[in-house]
Design a protein around this ligand. Structure first.
Ligand SMILES: [Zn+2]
Ligand SMILES: [Zn+2]
Length: 830
């Protein structure tokens, strides 16, 4: 065909479509038809159609149970009348929620699989042909009526590739009708809304069947052997089972089958590791793990065995298990059975860059694991992380990677996606925008997220959209330029925020507010601006000043003077309910308010200057080594006064918070802190500077009438001044006969040399930054302490050299003490 003919042909086709289209404003003679035997969600779908059509066109169509004579019909759901009409079709191949839309001159049919296909079809219809957008629960966008295009003849089928879609925002669970409009299929059992998918989220579960209360005493061999011990008290839900013990298999398989017998409608069941790294190292388990190159070896062999038994009784049910942390790598030879779902978790990954972005080193391992699983599993699920769990309202630059990540999942046999975000609180950072973008990407995976960001901003923030888009662009550009790779618990610095960027963000929102032309838009912008206030509070500059016994925050511009109060007001008005995953907003407010004017005690000599907050559990927030100007505790930063600190922390027998405050006094060059605990016992701390040493002595005395067990620890959060994960640069040492390096391959509080920590008897614990040439030496009497404990999080530039007291039963009048001394290191310990 020649070029000219092609163009002529296209033009003709366009005219033909337009000519045969149905102009919405001519549809007043049409009727909505939903049969009497339609399911609840189809009847609701008909009423949704009626309401949305009226809002879109101004025309209210009647709802009928059979097609009236002489009308044109919109059939909602599969009924006899629809099936025999000119637009009839069957729904057998559409599953639970696939949909089909047929549009002809005199009839329209929207129907889908039961229970959700028809309802989702109605929403799809209005998005696709009318340009309607479901932005928030109380804001649905309808284009100008004059701009509505004629409905084309069409025959459109869509079956969502992901059968489990969860944009984990509380905005969905609180407003399930809105969640249905976004086609999030995980938050409600309301039949009218189509209910939820009978597939559940795959989470930690083995503790349900093998728990220490039931079997700890009689069958310790059911539990993981770690370091020669069958430990029963383990965090993260409890000890892992020994997965090669045949009785464990019997108990778990029996328990799973029993649960399924009682819940015949469920289609999958989680059988998954608990949430700790203490998997079983017995010879039997380790033999499989060694052969398979991963602890997933023994774990998957176990899950396969459970799944084989489940299949015999419940052939349609899938057994789901996590590939998470130490089970993330696929085994070399063991493959999951066909009735197994693997839920792969990306908790270690960078959130700024897409998972398959080759420029991001942090994500390469995950891609390898994804590929390995894809090769052996047809039913992969994803647990992906989409917020800052340490600070729900901090700017979080991942809006460019959401679409790319979801597309990556689609390419890799993924069937269910859990996008974890601020699910336990409302109004986190840009939550309305994010929920919209995420939900739409999950429904139609493959699309880019940024155009959805633009769409939401233009439609929701209207005349104020541009500065908000400019802010979001700047936030992402800045993070990319700074080459940060934030995970899902980043600090403000970790997402690239500086005083300059925070103030810019603040200014963009002030501009957006000034442009708002109605109270409605102003309210939306105010809500969105909370993150800019948070950026200012955590990274906006200013400084802490100590003067006359009080610490105060000072801002470099007077306009920021009331920023904390303004933030609290906005966050309260727009219902920010959780400040972080585990911090309710009211608790955070107390924390903020306690930092307006904070009483402090200061001692100094030629070598050291210490600043202590008696009211905040006696936290040391400054440990300045004067000869080098190096502050070892970063407790006076934007992140908050005492965000990093050194304090004693209760482990057994009492609580630090009751009461939180010490009474403090300075005696010479000693800070003396005292408090009476809730049970009447006394706690005294003495922090003395003496030449180049800081000597610590804490003493808890049982003043109750009963013997009681107590334990506490010294908890210093030292600033390493480096976020490198290279243990040759930031090195932790323990002294045995000589100093030994211990933090090789260290993650938080675990590493291959952890055993050394417990054994060492040299009474020395230290860290040293070899690049900046500084560190701390902690000396103590090994006979008098319980154990040293190391925590190292490079991402936070933090290392803790902690000392635990032994857990000790004190008779009335007896005391438990902890004594140690710090010295500055200008060279590595020797
Ligand atoms: Zn074992
Ligand atoms: Zn990255």
């Amino acid at each position: 065909m020649g070029k000219w003919m092609l163009i002529a042909g296209l033009t003709l086709a366009f005219h033909a479509a337009a000519a045969s289209g149905i102009a919405p404003n001519t549809m007043s003679g049409w009727a909505i038809v939903v049969s009497d035997d339609a399911i609840a969600s189809e009847k609701y779908a008909a009423s949704e159609f009626q309401s949305l059509f009226k809002q879109a066109t101004g025309i209210e169509l009647p709802i009928m149970s059979a097609p009236p004579a002489g009308h044109h019909n919109i059939f909602i759901g599969h009924g006899a009348a629809m099936a025999s009409s000119s637009v009839g079709f069957g729904i057998e191949k559409l599953g639970d929620e696939g949909l089909r839309i047929r549009i002809k001159k005199n009839n329209i049919a929207i129907a889908g699989g039961h229970p959700r296909g028809t309802l989702y079809g109605v929403y799809e219809f209005f998005e696709r042909y009318f340009g309607v957008r479901f932005l928030t629960f109380d804001h649905t966008y309808f284009p100008d009526r004059a701009s509505l295009k004629p409905l084309p003849r069409d025959n459109y089928t869509f079956v969502p590739p992901f059968s489990f879609r969860w944009s984990y925002y509380r905005e969905n669970s609180e407003q399930p009708a809105f969640a249905a409009r976004l086609r999030v299929n995980t938050v409600t059992n309301d039949e009218k809304l189509g209910g939820a998918t009978p597939q559940g989220l795959i989470g930690h579960s083995l503790y349900k069947w093998i728990n220490p209360e039931r079997y700890g005493k009689t069958h310790p061999e059911y539990f993981a052997l770690v370091g020669g011990e069958r430990k029963l008290e383990v965090g993260g839900g409890g000890p892992e089972p020994c997965v090669t013990n045949p009785e464990v298999l019997d108990i778990v398989a029996e328990g799973v089958i029993k649960e399924l017998d009682a819940n015949p409608s469920v289609r999958n069941i989680p059988v998954s590791q608990n949430d700790n790294a203490d998997y079983c190292r017995c010879d039997r388990c380790e033999a499989i793990n060694k052969r398979e190159g991963t602890p997933m070896g023994s774990h998957l062999a176990f899950i396969n065995a459970v799944a084989e038994r489940v299949e015999k009784v419940h052939p349609k049910v899938k057994v789901g298990t996590l590939a998470y942390w130490y089970t993330r790598h696929a085994p070399k030879t063991i493959k999951p059975r066909d009735n197994i779902q693997i839920q792969l978790c990306s908790i270690e990954c960078c959130t700024l860059h897409a998972l398959d972005d080759p420029s991001c080193k942090k994500n390469r391992e995950f891609c390898k694991d994804m590929n390995a699983w894809k090769a052996i599993c047809k039913d992969i699920w994803i647990w992906n992380y989409n917020t800052d769990f340490a600070c729900y309202d901090l700017p979080f630059p991942n809006l460019r990677s959401i679409g790319a990540n979801v597309r990556f999942f689609l390419k890799n046999n993924v069937k269910g996606v859990f996008m974890q975000a601020n699910g336990n609180g409302t109004s986190g950072e840009m939550s309305d925008l994010r929920n919209y973008v995420m939900s739409r990407c999950l429904w139609h995976p493959g699309q880019e997220s940024w155009p959805l960001v633009e769409e939401f901003c233009r439609l929701h923030y209207k005349e104020s959209a541009q500065p908000i888009l400019d802010y979001l662009t700047m936030l992402h550009d800045n993070a990319e330029q700074k080459k940060v790779h934030p995970g899902c618990f980043p600090t403000a610095m970790g997402v690239g925020l500086t005083p300059e960027i925070s103030q810019k963000a603040f200014d963009y929102f002030q501009d957006a507010l000034a442009k708002a032309g109605s109270d409605e838009v102003r309210a939306r912008v105010e809500k969105a601006s909370i993150c800019a206030y948070k950026a200012m509070i955590l990274a906006g500059g200013g400084s802490w000043k100590y003067e006359d016994g009080v610490c105060k925050r000072q801002w470099n511009e007077p306009r920021f003077a009331n920023i904390v109060d303004q933030y609290i007001d906005l966050a309260t008005r727009y219902r920010l309910t959780m400040a972080a995953e585990t911090v309710p907003f009211p608790q955070y407010v107390e924390q903020l308010k306690s930092q307006y004017d904070v009483p402090a005690l200061r001692v100094e000599n030629d070598v050291w200057r210490l600043l202590v907050l008696p009211d905040a559990n006696g936290r040391i927030i400054e440990m300045l080594h004067k000869p080098t100007g190096r502050n070892l505790i970063a407790g006076m930063t934007d992140a908050g006064l005492g965000k990093s600190s050194h304090e004693d922390i209760a482990l057994k027998g009492y609580s630090d918070a009751k009461p939180l405050a010490f009474t403090g006094a300075i005696e010479g060059q000693v800070i003396v802190l005292k408090k009476t605990l809730e049970d009447g016992s006394t706690f005294e701390r003495r922090i003395a500077i003496d030449g180049d040493a800081i000597a610590f002595a804490s003493k808890l005395t049982n003043e109750t009438a009963q013997p009681k067990e107590y334990q506490f620890k010294a908890h210093p959060e030292f600033d390493t001044a480096s976020n490198t994960a290279d243990s040759d640069i930031v090195t932790a040492y323990i002294k045995d006969a000589e100093w030994k390096k211990i933090n090789r391959h260290w993650i938080m509080d675990k590493g291959p040399d952890a055993g050394l920590l417990k054994q060492a008897q040299g009474g020395g614990f230290a860290f040293f930054n070899h690049k900046d040439k500084f560190g701390v030496n902690v000396s103590y009497d090994p006979a008098k302490i319980g154990e040293p404990y190391l925590f190292w999080n490079p991402e936070w530039s933090q290392i803790n050299l902690e000392l635990f007291t032994p857990a000790t039963e004190l008779k009335p009048g007896e005391s438990l003490s902890l004594e140690y001394t710090y010295r500055f290191l200008g060279e590595p310990p020797r």
